[in-house]
Design a protein around this ligand. Structure first.
Ligand code: THU
Length: 144
């Protein structure tokens, strides 16, 4: 699947965002190694801390369905009352969740917008010198 198609999935997922507090809507689309796509949106909470980012929503949905091998994630975001017009970079917590399950040398993070070409990064560029499962004696995440 090309990056623009994955961004289209993220734009659709963004329409489900629940953002009464920030009014900043984010959508994500996670591509599994078998070609499946899991959408996610941010889901906020009146107590703030329980809020969940779009990227983690997508990961947790896919993980619950038994997926462990991931290729890329597309992320789009911006003011909820407008088309996704910002470059929305994943927060640090979401980068660390990606690190748990993905090879930083091959997993790609695609930042998209409603219009124009997306940008693509390797996870290792967004989370250099990372701490991961192998630091606790566990196997590295499988190569994606
Ligand atoms: N947010 C995401 O869903 N993903 C990101 O990568 C950055 C931030 C959400 C969290 C919160 O609901 C809103 O955007 C504003 O921070």
């Amino acid at each position: 699947m090309d990056d623009k198609t994955l961004v289209e999935h993220a734009l659709k997922a963004r329409s489900h965002a629940y953002t009464p507090y920030s009014h900043y809507a984010v959508g994500a689309a996670l591509l599994t190694s078998d070609g499946g796509v899991y959408g996610g949106c941010n889901i906020e909470n009146a107590a703030y801390t329980p809020s969940n980012c779009a990227e983690r929503t997508a990961f947790f949905r896919a993980l619950f369905d038994g997926h462990r091998d991931f290729v890329a994630i597309a992320v789009v975001g911006g003011s909820a009352d407008k088309p996704a017009s910002d470059w929305c970079a994943p927060c640090g917590v979401c980068r660390q969740v990606m690190r748990e399950f993905c090879d930083p040398n091959s997993f790609r993070v695609i930042m998209g917008r409603a219009e124009g070409e997306p940008k693509s990064y390797l996870l290792r560029e967004l989370l250099p010198e990372s701490f991961g499962p192998q630091d606790l004696g566990k196997p590295d995440p499988q190569a994606c």
